[in-house]
Design a protein around this ligand. Structure first.
Ligand code: ADP
Ligand code: MG
Length: 351
């Protein structure tokens, strides 16, 4: 089968002719990949997805589908299926009628339609529910019907806008796994929008972090987590978030300990809560003298809140130590786990 390519080139979007919601976006979607667009609410994710779907015009720049500039190609001719947060099922139709609807309007053979619907229902675990109405289904089941209705069409790609945000936490975890599995099985391009960095990390082959209409960084989950390009990505990816301490270029000491960071300007020193340790592992480990303010025991780990220079720092402790609050204690950080950011531009300073 021919490979699908979708490419955005210098794409911009303004709704009012003044403010750009999407600013000069360049992005290529590889066939069969699961791409997640992630970023805080209002950063332009839905707008971007709707421009790809053809539901929103592109103000400047180009979209190429299979190498053809397609800015003016109507949505219905793009052969891309869109799954929304609201399931948009027809309430008066049975599940079978809902799933078969896209084939029925194409006036396909009735036997073919039934066979196709049975096949899709089987793959989504909906076989037993085909004669029910949407109101007799749970949220997760309705979301699966919405997916089924897209799958029967065999579109070139699936576009999904926060499809799990109406589901409760447990079901979200389950559907995350199901959608990932579905993508691998169909081997089609999925473009998935979410504000939830955990969804992004667990589902995406490629994760595109957006903020303020601009791509901040794209990469695998590991790349974004280990090697963030700027403070925004460092802060946004990973939960609980990275700790940041402001540092003046004159500070030759880190919490009283001499460090060898080459600082020629004010910076943020960033380190993740799980990279702090009670034990010294390397001779050059940074030593932190600190006070334990609060401890939350989560069973498998403890959240220990420390203060360093009056700034609160979170330490995720996986050891079986039993520290006490209001006590002074010494902690260690491997300097290789420290990420440094220019205080003014918030760009990463690499050593
Ligand atoms: P996200 O999906 O990342 O939350 P959106 O793409 O929905 O962000 O919105 C980005 C910005 O564009 C928001 O400030 C939003 O208010 C604005 N916006 C979205 N749709 C419209 C519209 N149809 N008309 C005017 N402004 C819009
Ligand atoms: Mg949105």
């Amino acid at each position: 089968m021919k490979k699908l390519t979708i490419k955005l080139e210098n794409v911009k979007k303004t709704y009012d002719g003044k403010n750009y919601i999407v600013k000069n976006l360049n992005l290529e979607f590889e066939d069969g990949k699961f791409v997640v667009l992630v970023g805080p609410s209002g950063c332009g994710k839905s707008t971007t997805l709707r421009m790809i779907a053809g539901l929103e015009s592109i103000s400047e720049g180009s979209i190429y589908i299979d190498g053809v500039r397609s800015n003016d190609l109507p949505s219905k001719d793009r052969d891309l299926a869109m799954v929304f947060q609201s399931y948009a099922l027809y309430p008066h139709m049975t599940i079978r009628e809902n799933i078969s609807y896209p084939l029925k309007i194409r006036k396909l053979d009735k036997n073919y339609i039934n066979q196709k619907v049975d096949e899709v229902a089987q793959s989504l675990g909906l076989s037993e529910l085909l004669e029910r109405k949407p109101k007799e289904l749970s949220g997760g089941q309705k979301q699966r019907v919405a997916l089924g209705r897209c799958i029967v069409r065999s579109p070139k790609a699936f576009l999904m806008d926060e499809p799990l945000s109406n589901l409760d936490a447990k079901l979200r975890v389950q559907m995350r796994v199901e959608i990932s599995r579905l993508q691998k099985k169909l081997n089609k391009t999925f473009i998935y929008v979410t504000h939830d960095q955990i969804e992004a990390l667990t589902m995406g082959d490629l994760i595109v972090v957006m903020n303020d209409g601009i791509i901040q960084q794209k990469g695998t989950g590991t790349e974004l987590y280990e090697d963030p390009n700027n403070k925004f990505v460092a802060d946004f990816i990973g939960s609980p978030s990275m700790n940041f301490l402001e540092f003046d270029s004159n500070d030759t000491r880190f919490n009283g300990y001499k460090h060898d960071f080459k600082l020629d300007r004010p910076v943020y020193i960033g380190f993740r809560p799980e990279k702090i340790s009670f034990t010294k592992k390397h001779s050059d480990d940074l030593e932190i003298k600190s006070r334990i303010e609060k401890i939350e025991n989560l069973g498998s780990e403890k959240y220990i809140y420390l203060t360093i220079n009056d700034k609160e720092v979170l330490f995720r402790d996986f050891s079986n130590k039993e520290p006490k609050t209001k006590e002074e204690a010494i902690f260690y950080i491997d300097p290789r786990d420290v990420r440094i950011f220019d205080k003014e531009t918030e760009e990463r300073i690499r050593r």
